[in-house]
Ligand binder design. Structure first.
Ligand code: PMP
Length: 308
């Protein structure tokens, strides 16, 4: 998980500026209504340690545009501007020993109730240790994922994380570092910042987005990796009790990567996780460039191009 870091540089208002300069006015809808859409992107040092690759950048930009469209927020940048801005910030902050997680946010800085809406692209980037995620304990939350007619889970916007925050607080009290939210039908939606993968009968199973999960890029990557490894991948509704009977569970997300679950509520998962271990190992080799995979596209930040 991200530590509370204060990186020296931030991208805002079309340029790289200092952390302290990156402020929003209290009167903006970004502040008064929490109006924003955002993405989290992960960048990995490649095996040769001379290039830095950001995973699935076109898909993250496309999802940012979809979230913005659904909230009637005009996107102020095109793909090339977005990519250049991310590369510039990475080059100003990266350290050889650490990977990075970039948060790309469109904050609404002008307009009111949908009239005259103007957004600004803000990028912050944080250092991440180069280690695969350790197993975690999770619980099923008493809080529920919002629905498509209340606050569509398909939209990646901060207000969607208010319930997630309550679930995390609940989880902490139960010794769980992540929590799973059920949907309005009592079935599995997703975790607070990742999707749920389960193995039953040798198949990798995850609920579809219509069950109340984000249209996850990591899940798409996992599906592609499963296909290439000859593992069956199924999207279908998942009951809570199926999680308790699962042979393996992992959470999948850009920041979470593919994190093993050791225990869910009072049910301890088997120690061995052969299928999702194989998927994770293949994922890791793909993002590091040791064994490229067609499902894992990388936007390469060349090391010798200095932006500043
Ligand atoms: N669900 C939620 C609520 C998330 O915040 C994330 C992280 N972006 C995910 C799922 C996983 O999505 P992705 O694989 O695209 O990061």
């Amino acid at each position: 998980m991200v530590q509370l870091q204060k990186p020296k540089w931030v991208y805002m208002g079309g340029k790289i500026r200092s952390w302290d300069e990156a402020v929003l006015h209290i009167s903006t809808e970004a502040v008064t209504r929490g109006l924003n859409v955002f993405e989290g992107l992960k960048g990995y040092w490649q095996e040769d340690n001379t290039t830095f690759g950001i995973v699935a950048m076109p898909r993250h930009f496309a999802r940012l545009q979809r979230s913005a469209r659904l909230l009637h927020i005009p996107c102020p940048v095109d793909y090339d501007e977005f990519e250049q801005a991310c590369h510039g910030l990475i080059r100003s902050l990266y350290q050889e020993s650490r990977d990075m997680w970039i948060r790309a946010t469109l904050y609404v800085v002008e307009g009111n109730w949908g009239e005259g809406t103007v957004a600004d692209l803000v990028l912050t980037a944080y250092h991440q240790d180069k280690v695969p995620p350790a197993p975690i304990d999770v619980g099923v939350s008493t809080w529920q994922r919002a629905t498509d007619v209340t606050l569509p889970p398909r939209i990646k916007t901060s207000p969607n994380y208010q319930v997630a925050r309550l679930a995390r607080i609940e989880g902490r009290g139960r010794g769980c570092s992540e929590m799973i939210l059920l949907n309005q039908w009592g079935r599995v939606a997703e975790a607070t910042g990742a999707c749920v993968l389960m193995v039953r009968d040798g198949k990798v199973v995850t609920p579809p987005p219509s069950e109340g999960r984000l249209e996850s890029i990591t899940v798409e990557i996992v599906a592609d990796i499963c296909r290439s490894l000859g593992i069956e991948f199924v999207e279908r509704p998942v009951d809570r009790t199926e999680l308790y009977l699962a042979d393996e569970i992992r959470l999948a997300g850009t920041l979470a990567e593919i994190v093993p679950v050791r225990r869910i509520d009072e049910f301890v998962l088997p120690k061995e996780s052969p299928i999702l271990s194989a998927v994770s190992a293949r994922f890791w080799r793909a993002v590091r460039g040791t064994e490229p995979h067609p499902g894992v596209d990388l936007s390469m930040v060349a090391r010798n191009q200095s932006s500043q």
